[in-house]
Write a new protein. Sequence first.
Length: 321
Amino acid sequence: MPSNSLGGLLRRKAALFALAGLLLIVSATLLAPLYAKYVSGTDPFRPGLSKKILIDGKRVAVMQPTTEGLGLGVTPIGPTWRGAYLLGADAQGRDVAARLLYGGRNSLLIAGSATLLCLTIAALIGISSGFLGGAVDGVLSNLMDIVWAFPVYLLAISLSIVMINQSFSIGGWEISSSSLLVPILIIGLVYVPYVSRPIRGKVLALKHSEFVQAAQGLGLSPLRILLRHILPNVAGTLIVFAPMLLALNIVIESSLSFLSVGVQPPAASWGTILQDGQSLLYARPMVALAPGLAIMLTVLLLNLLGDVLRDVLDPKSARGR
């Protein structure tokens, strides 16, 4: 990003607010092990069905006898609003707040890695298609049209169902079905056509621009034209895509994990915690509300950052709104 664009971004209060909020969310998820060890004092991946905690000098069971119906079941403890079980427990007696931080770390890792993978593949396809043209453009464009024909969620779920029950070996490197690489690969691939098409259009426009034609007239090599004139102008488009794509990837990762075809136990993500809270929606709504609010807040901040980036890097679109 050019220095003047970076300065323009940092002068926007909305951008600073979004960056500060995202930094706070990322920092909180990275500190999940410290929170679990020193604040909550619980293992968020081990059931606590028989555990008791100290509240106001009294030993209180994490799983309390239910007061509904015949009173034969148990209900997880609700939010204590203190160190241990700040947001209450889930159906297995695990600390929701600690799992929320661990789950957020996995959700952000998967979405961030998938975004980088998608942007890299889309940039390679879009630039190759637009710059080389001819048969290369025809093959790549038709391939992207085939992928584009499938609805995103249908394609992602189908790939997940196929890959989630198998293990893969790439160059002697074993990838198990429970590896986070599986959702990263799936999510990173499904949005490639949606990014490569605008990149291809941008490259086609640049290819026929006056300064590129002047460079060709001066006898510059195609590789030099690509590196000095095409790539710097495409970089801005990729940067604008990044926060929007990251927000979409967080939502699709949560959706796949909610459907049990994303992150696999014992790992957690915001989507798996949402699934855990589905059966407790009326008795302990915080189990589902907490990850839902985390997803909503993160996506809103990313969309806000994306809007500011578009205004800074593409002033024409800002004036057109």
